[in-house]
Design a protein around this ligand. Structure first.
Ligand SMILES: [Zn+2]
Length: 60
């Protein structure tokens, strides 16, 4: 899988005024399909507050 999954990004856009739930959902999907950037600290905090497990980081 390429580091940047262009097809995935073309299909899955972050909504302009994303709610915390939308940001979490987007980043969870993103982490599964693309590795262009890690989950931001702010989103990790939102996930932890909701008891959502962080996806395992993949080593290159
Ligand atoms: Zn990406």
């Amino acid at each position: 899988m390429p580091r940047l999954n262009r097809e995935w990004h073309a299909q899955y856009r972050m909504p302009e005024r994303a709610t915390p739930e939308q940001r979490i959902a987007w980043h969870l999907e993103h982490a599964r399909h693309c590795r262009c950037r890690p989950i931001p600290e702010g989103v990790r905090v939102l996930m932890e507050a909701r008891g959502i497990a962080l996806p395992e980081p993949e080593e290159d």
